[in-house]
Design a protein around this ligand. Structure first.
Ligand code: CP
Length: 306
């Protein structure tokens, strides 16, 4: 994994994912170090972010590294017409690793091809969000004690939600049963359903928040991604399809955990926050440890982690 870009979660094998999860556990036990002393990480966010950007920055700073970059491309020379190619080629001069979020699908792959330092995809349009998946896997492993043989209900915007696309591809390595629950206009894209069929992974599809969730080990809620809609009327029609409330959880398993990549709009009522099965804020914390593991491995200091 050393010096390799992370564009899609499928860039990692099952063994490599398990290795990173073990490393994340070590970072959770011992988050502060000087492993990245003298190293500089560039954080280029062409789209808004709270958790991904700040947890990456926290991860780097807890390992003694430096961080440069922008959280708003309007403050960069992109506003003067600079291309992504030229931006990346320039930033490679200043950094050892680039973390990039960009609204265009495929932008992370493109950046990795023009960069001389590894690029980590922090979300490319509606495509992939592999570091979110690493923290989701870490959260699932911590709460369920395994990644094998679980039932996962993916709820909400399965069309534009990049987190569910990456999570699906990762959990397909672990004999998972999926339930897709979405508005008919926001169904899981065919390419992901074909991906599962080729791997003989079971899934169901429904527009109803139904009994299927009672046997789920994980309910993964997602926000309807307003920024991906070309027609605001379509967003208005679909945005309130699912609002998770406490009374909808009555028959679910005590060991079940509710995950959400966040930000939340209104798809989980705040009354659910007090339910012991609500795990989304702990999930966001796990992002620091998962991202420490990814950075340390790419920069080749993982063997020094205690
Ligand atoms: N989960 C996630 O990507 O959140 P941000 O958009 O706040 O980074």
């Amino acid at each position: 994994m050393k010096n390799r870009s992370l564009v899609s979660i499928t860039d990692y094998s099952k063994q490599e994912i398990l290795y990173l999860l073990d490393l994340a556990r070590k970072f959770e036990n011992n988050p502060v170090s000087n492993l990245l002393s003298g190293r500089v990480i560039a954080s280029l966010f062409f789209e808004p972010s709270t958790r991904t950007r700040l947890s990456f920055e926290s991860a780097v700073q807890r390992m003694g590294g430096g961080i440069i970059g922008f959280s708003d491309s309007n403050s960069s020379s992109v506003t003067k017409g600079e291309t992504l190619r030229d931006t990346i080629r320039t930033v490679t001069n200043y950094s050892d690793l680039i973390v990039m979020r960009h609204p265009l699908e495929g932008s992370a792959k493109f950046a990795s091809e023009v960069s001389t330092v590894p690029v980590v995809n922090a979300g490319d349009g509606a495509n992939q969000h592999p570091t979110q998946t690493m923290l989701d896997l870490y959260s699932i492993y911590k709460t369920q004690g395994t990644l094998d043989g679980l039932e996962i209900a993916l709820v909400g915007d399965l069309k534009y939600g990049r987190t569910v696309h990456s999570l699906l591809m990762a959990m397909a390595m672990f004999d998972t049963r999926f339930h897709f629950i979405s508005h008919p206009k926001l169904q899981m894209p065919d390419e992901y359903k074909i991906y599962l069929k080729e791997k003989n992974i079971h899934f169901t599809e429904s527009a109803e928040f139904n009994k299927k969730v009672d046997s789920a080990d994980i309910i993964y809620m997602t926000r309807v991604q307003r920024e991906r809609f070309s027609d605001p009327i379509e967003y208005e029609k679909t945005k309130d399809t699912y609002v998770l409330r406490s009374n909808m959880l009555q028959s679910t398993k005590p060991s079940m955990r509710i995950l959400h990549p966040l930000p939340r709009v209104n798809e989980i009522h705040i009354e659910v926050d007090n339910d012991p099965r609500a795990y989304y804020f702990e999930q966001a914390l796990n992002g620091v440890f998962a991202r420490q593991a990814i950075i340390a491995t790419i920069l080749g200091v993982d063997h020094l982690v205690k």
